[in-house]
Design a protein around this ligand. Structure first.
Ligand code: PLP
Length: 384
């Protein structure tokens, strides 16, 4: 493709942004530059590449691609989602304070409370679906608001534009973890966020065969800092993983549509099922924050949580499914089913789990892109 892909549609950008044919051979797919160093032609003369911790063309291609999809100035790729979050948090100094969604990814909660707290960073955990709670938690030393929307497994929706307003008024950064919806459905920078983070391990790669993390920002200053920390601390994404994630992103649009339409079909079935007492799914008009979700996102994704009332009922379903696989993680082409209380959220103390609403009867589905009829039939037989 020739020209600047900026003005083109999402899937055109997903396939072409950052993906210029290889200058040496014309290869259509960006090659995996599996090298640690680059030859200098003469002292002081090189082609812009010196050492692969600092620059690698495969990684750069992915970084340009995600920046174009989120509508940011720069993208930055790390070994995992957590490595991206670790780099992000170096924006803060000892004594500074962050207001967080109380329902963030468990690894994020652990990193903030068990690791960063040792370095003098402070955190408040609030229900960010209520902007008033976020506003009340702001202190003079607050420098960041950190939210995830929707959350896992409660599918709570936070109003990104409302968070951006609170951040601006208080001279804070707004960071949004956009892993669940991806830029295909939701672009937080357009609603005033300063930094977007992704676990590329999930929908962006989409095939459950690689790990990666991404940061996207609009700010030159923050982008330069992320590059500087990547070079200094070294948590970068390897060339093979960069290649796999880029390859995944090319089909992100068709995959996200398929995840969502399959999830809609499943919700239709479960909504009428006598054994299901509640469904948490942002696509349902009855979801408490359905209006906010519709305003800020083009779709609602392929994640949903159902309440079967008791641990025994949840266990029966988990033991009987055949197409769904019992596993943690999400966002791959294959459908996964999990039990938050004993799997992803087992490390959250029981009392806090109860406060968050993560009961023993909850089952979380990451709906894949298999044939919808097979997924519906599988859940029907498992619930029978
Ligand atoms: C998985 C996940 C992470 C962490 O990403 P890794 O790639 O597993 O390190 C962060 N946020 C969310 C929402 C996730 O689902």
């Amino acid at each position: 493709m020739k020209g600047d892909p900026k003005d083109l549609g999402f899937s055109t950008r997903a396939i072409h942004a950052g993906q210029a044919p290889d200058p040496t051979t014309g290869a259509v797919a960006v090659p995996i530059y599996q090298t640690s160093t680059y030859v200098h032609e003469a002292l002081g003369k090189h082609k812009g590449f010196e050492y692969a911790r600092v620059e690698n063309p495969t990684r750069t291609a992915l970084e340009e691609n995600i920046a174009a999809l989120e509508g940011g100035r720069s993208g930055h790729a790390f070994a995992t989602g957590m490595a991206a979050i670790q780099t992000l948090m170096t924006l803060l100094k000892s004594g500074q304070h962050t207001v967080c969604s109380r329902n963030v990814y468990g690894g994020t909660f652990r990193f903030f409370t068990q690791v960063l707290s040792r370095y003098g960073l402070e955190f408040s955990w609030v229900d960010s679906t209520d902007p008033g709670e976020v506003r009340d938690a702001i202190r003079p030393e607050t420098r960041m608001i950190y939210v995830e929307t929707p959350t896992n497994p409660m599918m709570e929706i936070t109003d990104i534009a409302a968070m951006a307003e609170i951040a601006r008024e208080n001279d804070c950064l707004l960071v949004v973890d956009n892993t669940f919806l991806t830029p295909y459905w939701q672009r937080p920078l357009e609603h005033g966020a300063d930094v977007v983070i992704h676990s590329a391990t999930k929908y962006l790669n989409g095939h459950s065969d690689a790990m990666g993390g991404l940061l996207v920002t609009d700010s030159e200053e923050h982008g330069d800092w992320f590059d500087y920390v990547a070079k200094s601390a070294g948590g970068i994404l390897a060339p093979f993983e960069s290649f796999l994630i880029m390859r995944g992103i090319k089909t992100l649009g068709v995959r996200m549509e398929a995840h969502e339409s399959n999830a809609d079909r499943i919700v239709e079935l479960l909504g009428q099922h006598p054994k299901v007492s509640n469904i948490l799914y942002p696509g349902l008009p009855g979801h408490v924050n359905h209006d906010v979700q519709k305003r800020q996102s083009g779709g609602h994704g392929g994640m949903l949580t159902v309440d079967l009332g008791t641990f025994e009922a949840a266990k029966r379903l988990l033991d009987r499914v055949q197409v769904f696989s019992l596993a943690e993680s999400l966002g791959g082409v294959e459908s996964l089913i999990s039990h938050p209380a004993t799997m992803t959220h087992a490390s959250v103390p029981e009392r806090e789990r109860a406060e968050l609403g993560i009961d023993d009867g909850l089952v979380r589905l990451s709906v894949g892109i298999e044939d919808a009829d097979d997924l519906v039939a599988d859940l029907e037989q498992a619930l029978a």
